[in-house]
Design a protein around this ligand. Structure first.
Ligand code: ADP
Ligand code: MG
Length: 445
């Protein structure tokens, strides 16, 4: 009873935060947190890194105390486990009893599940996967650095580790270091404290491959940035391979111009949200690995209703698997709806078409639908047309080429340009933002 209450309290707490926070902050900081276990003692929460835990405690301790009755000593019944660290498997290790102030030891920590074979390919990640394979086959010789960016839970860490595995399997002699930015900073702090920073520098500068995860955590930490830049340049200048992941492209990170430019030297590749077919393939692959049999229509249903993040999709399969094992049941539609109800995302029932968008935009901006479809370039027509293109890309899951053809034979790059322009303008133009919200509302009723 108590355990159920804690889980419910967590769901309610998340709902509360959702109302208070921007969707971006919520997605970045709260969404990745998973309940790993709940018992009388409290909830064990899986966090992707220490920053997420700190963020939660720094910003929400007071509010959390309202949802989770504190223990007698005032502590909250919440425990944190850093998930990626927990899953990490040491595949090569030269165990040494040397204290920290001696040479750092070489140990390659990679998640054994994160391999190229287990990375499902689709239009959203094909390019970045083939770039990653290229780098892994010829480290230092193709794209250097390779910079992979994309949203939370889309497979950046998976690809980074895949590169590490591949290189290691093909050439055991190469010195590979795969590290999160957070761990790099911690390493620096430790070595600064024990006055062994030179050893650390030497260690990093003799690497053949440096794989750095989540470089966005270097933002606002100038001293560490300086140290990282030096290591980066030393390696690049010797033709050693560097791969970096980030939640944003280099140009959008708050890092020095010099480092940003260096990071753009090689190849910058985006990893996007997988389309429906790819998501179905991911569901089936993950289920198969767990020995869980999910009938095709159900895999489809899950993929259709969990669409923004592969980590969530995986979380759903794990939950389903655990439930089926516990109760000895097969996966049925009913069971999916029951166990995954709060994870499923529902899109508006009404089908939105380019035609309905054009109608709604035309009435909002007081122009005619035919004008929007025409080639007229006058501002009064061109601007609402751009808004309609923006909405088409936002609301309709179709190819850009096909969408663009509805707007007086425009090309997909024009559509993409309009989308970027309007999206940017909305950030500062309150009137436009409201007009777009209202147009959307008209479409959805
Ligand atoms: P990110 O680092 O971008 O936040 P991760 O690499 O940690 O995301 O991926 C989150 C989870 O989703 C991992 O368990 C990973 O294996 C899985 N995943 C993401 N993309 C794919 C894919 N294309 N194929 C298979 N699994 C994937
Ligand atoms: Mg990651």
């Amino acid at each position: 009873m108590l355990t159920l209450n804690l889980e419910t309290a967590w769901a309610e707490f998340l709902d509360f935060v959702k109302l208070k926070q921007s969707i971006v902050e919520y997605t970045n900081w709260l969404q990745p947190i998973r309940i790993l276990k709940s018992s009388e003692k409290g909830l064990v929460l899986g966090v992707p890194n220490i920053f997420v835990q700190e963020y939660l405690l720094e910003n929400y301790s007071k509010e959390m105390a309202n949802f989770f009755p504190p223990n007698n000593d005032g502590s909250l019944p919440l425990f944190f486990v850093i998930e990626e660290a927990e899953e990490e498997v040491v595949v090569e290790e030269e165990v040494s009893s040397q204290p920290l102030d001696k040479e750092p030891v070489f140990d390659l920590k990679l998640n054994r599940n994160y391999t190229f074979e287990d990375f499902i390919e689709g239009p959203s990640n094909q390019f970045v996967k083939s770039a990653a394979i290229g780098v892994a086959m010829r480290p230092g010789k193709t794209y250097n650095p390779l910079f992979i960016h994309g949203g939370v839970g889309l497979g950046k860490t998976h690809l980074l580790h895949s590169i590490g595995h591949f290189i290691h399997q093909n050439n055991k002699k190469l010195k590979i270091q795969c590290i999160t930015t957070e761990a790099f900073i911690n390493d620096l702090v430790e070595h600064l404290k024990s006055k062994s920073i030179d050893q650390m520098k030497r260690f990093y500068r003799t690497l053949d491959v440096l794989l750095v995860d989540d470089i966005q955590f270097l933002q606002g930490r100038q001293n560490f940035e300086e140290e990282f830049s030096q290591t980066f340049e030393a390696l690049i200048n010797q033709g050693k391979q560097i791969v970096i992941t980030s939640d944003k492209p280099p140009g959008q990170l708050r890092l020095s111009e010099r480092l940003t430019a260096r990071m753009e030297w090689g190849l910058v590749a985006n990893i996007g949200v997988p389309d429906l077919e790819t998501r179905v393939a991911i569901v089936q692959h993950k289920a198969e690995k767990k020995g869980l049999n999910i009938p095709n229509p159900i895999a489809f249903f899950i993929a259709e209703h969990i669409f923004s993040n592969v980590r969530q999709l995986e979380g759903a399969i794990n939950r389903l698997g655990a439930y089926c094992r516990m109760c000895g049941m097969d996966v049925t539609q009913e069971l999916v709806e029951k166990t995954l109800s709060e994870m499923l995302q529902f899109v508006p029932k009404k089908r939105i078409t380019v035609e309905s968008i054009l109608k709604s935009v035309a009435s909002m901006f007081n122009v005619r639908v035919n004008d929007l479809k025409s080639t007229s370039r006058t501002k009064e027509i061109a601007f609402p047309r751009q808004v309609a293109m923006y909405l088409a890309k936002e609301l309709i899951n179709d190819s850009l080429v096909k969408l663009a053809s509805n707007f007086g034979g425009k090309t997909h790059s024009t559509l993409l340009h309009s989308w970027t322009k309007i999206k940017k303008q909305m950030e500062n133009d309150e009137k436009l933002r409201r007009q777009i919200i209202m147009t959307k509302q008209n479409l959805e009723i």
